[in-house]
Design a protein around this ligand. Structure first.
Ligand code: PLP
Length: 437
């Protein structure tokens, strides 16, 4: 298990319980007044690398120097090479668990590749599909929650219905997933962030991977969007390994079931990295055929500079150790402050991720929006409550996503301290209101 609710701090499903001694509420109000008076301007919204993390790849910017020839003699400055440089694909193949020959290296954004796969599935016929998705009355995707808001935004953009599925410590609730995909041919896909998931840091268990690979789906063209965005983003010595879904799908006779995505956005440069797509030979041919219409080839100069900078697969791992040295203290500070300020209050529980970019804070039901709003009132901007759920609606209004990476250490600590004041204020106000109701 890679994520835990902090012991002794679980928030019951009914939300904050017990009465709030008046002193606690009065203290929280005083603390909030002091907080608001400080005129802070702090931002915990998005999981962006901090400038210091980007500096780790500064040398990338002066590469490839005078070199412009790939290993096979290709002039990287020219058109062509739709699948991307083979030597870069070799480096990332073991990390993304896709054979290099089945991997595509593209532009800088894996989200863009996910977008394109949806568009091509809507407008073109997927391997195994009877027709284009756009011709079908209804298309739906399973959305494990809490999840990544940009996945949900893609579904909204294309009119794809979203069906929330609860996350467990081992991945999505597989009983529910198996039931939904078996009974409804309109269910064409599922979003998965299998390692150090966004936002709750869960790593999918081997059993979850095996069940995803083997389950019966009513749709013959069902696809798992396996967004392995945090494949090498460890925060501790315990480096999580997940089972190979592509191999498992092949072994189960469902070779075309999975689209693997990944990128170097949080390895080298979030705005100037390389994104990857991996899949079965048939799916890869399908995507390449569509890509050939939209581009005459990817930015191979950037791919070559990544090869020269990272060198090999161990080079990626070594670089991620340097990333970890910057990120780990931030995550430790979040855990320490949450424990010191909210531990034992019964007002919050939180994840302790072993990788990835986020901490999930759970507050009493009905409080998340108000906490985010009070924090904004004190100059601390958080991801909107509800963003972790389809259509921006968290039915319990209880989940807050914390992104500790971008602010400096001191700013981050101030922001988390401030956030805990808001949680106490809103939580004790709710208790007081419940007690007098
Ligand atoms: N997938 C997940 C789960 C993410 O958390 C993010 C960024 O936060 C992305 C994809 C974006 O990836 P890229 O920069 O490759 O488009």
């Amino acid at each position: 298990m890679t994520t835990e609710l902090s012991p002794g701090n679980d928030v019951g499903p009914g939300g904050a319980t017990g009465s709030a001694p008046a002193g606690l509420l009065a203290q929280a109000r005083d603390d909030y007044r002091d907080l608001a008076a400080r005129g802070l301007a702090l931002d915990l919204t998005r999981g962006k690398p901090a400038p210091g993390q980007l500096d780790l790849a500064e040398d990338l910017l002066s590469l490839p120097g005078g070199r412009h020839t790939a290993a096979d003699g290709t002039d990287v400055r020219n058109y062509g090479g739709l699948q991307g440089l083979a030597e870069l694909r070799e480096i990332f193949a073991p990390l993304l668990q896709v054979p290099a020959g089945q991997l595509l290296a593209a532009g800088n954004s894996s989200l863009e590749l996910m977008h394109d796969c949806l568009v091509h599935a809507l407008l073109g016929v997927l391997p195994g599909a009877e027709s284009r998705w756009v011709e079908q009355e209804r298309i739906a995707f399973l959305c494990p929650v809490p999840g990544y808001d940009r996945h949900f935004a893609l579904c909204e953009r294309f009119g794809i219905d979203m069906i929330p599925v609860p996350m467990t410590d081992a991945g999505p609730d597989m009983d529910e997933v198996e039931r939904l995909v078996a009974e409804d041919p309109a269910v064409k896909g599922i979003w998965c962030v299998p390692k150090y998931s966004n936002p709750n840091g869960v790593c999918y268990s081997d059993e979850t991977v095996a069940r995803l690979a083997a389950m019966e789906t009513a749709a013959p063209d069902f696809r798992i969007f396996w967004d392995n965005a945090y494949a090498v983003h460890h925060l501790t010595d315990r480096q999580a390994e997940i089972a190979d879904l592509l191999g498992a799908c092949e072994a189960a006779g469902n070779a075309d079931r999975v689209f693997v995505f990944g990128s170097t956005s949080k390895i080298t440069a979030a705005g100037a990295g390389v994104a990857f797509f991996g899949s079965s030979p048939a799916n890869l041919r399908w995507l390449l055929a569509h890509n050939a219409k939209r581009s005459i080839g990817p930015d191979k100069v950037n791919q070559l500079r990544h090869v020269m900078f990272l060198r090999d697969t161990d080079g990626v791992r070594a670089h991620m150790e340097r990333q970890r040295a910057q990120l780990q203290p931030k995550f430790e500070a979040v855990a320490r402050i949450l424990e010191a300020r909210l531990g034992g209050t019964g007002l919050a529980s939180w994840t302790s991720p072993e990788g990835g970019y986020f901490v999930t804070l759970q507050v009493p039901d009905g409080c998340a929006r108000e906490v985010v709003s009070r924090a904004a009132g004190a100059g601390i901007v958080l991801t909107p409550a509800g963003a972790t759920h389809p259509y921006g609606k968290d039915p319990r209004d209880a989940v807050i996503r914390i992104a500790p990476s971008y602010p400096g250490q001191a700013e981050l600590e101030q922001a988390i301290e401030g956030l805990t004041v808001c949680v106490r204020l809103v939580g004790y106000e709710q208790r007081a209101a419940t007690a007098t109701a």
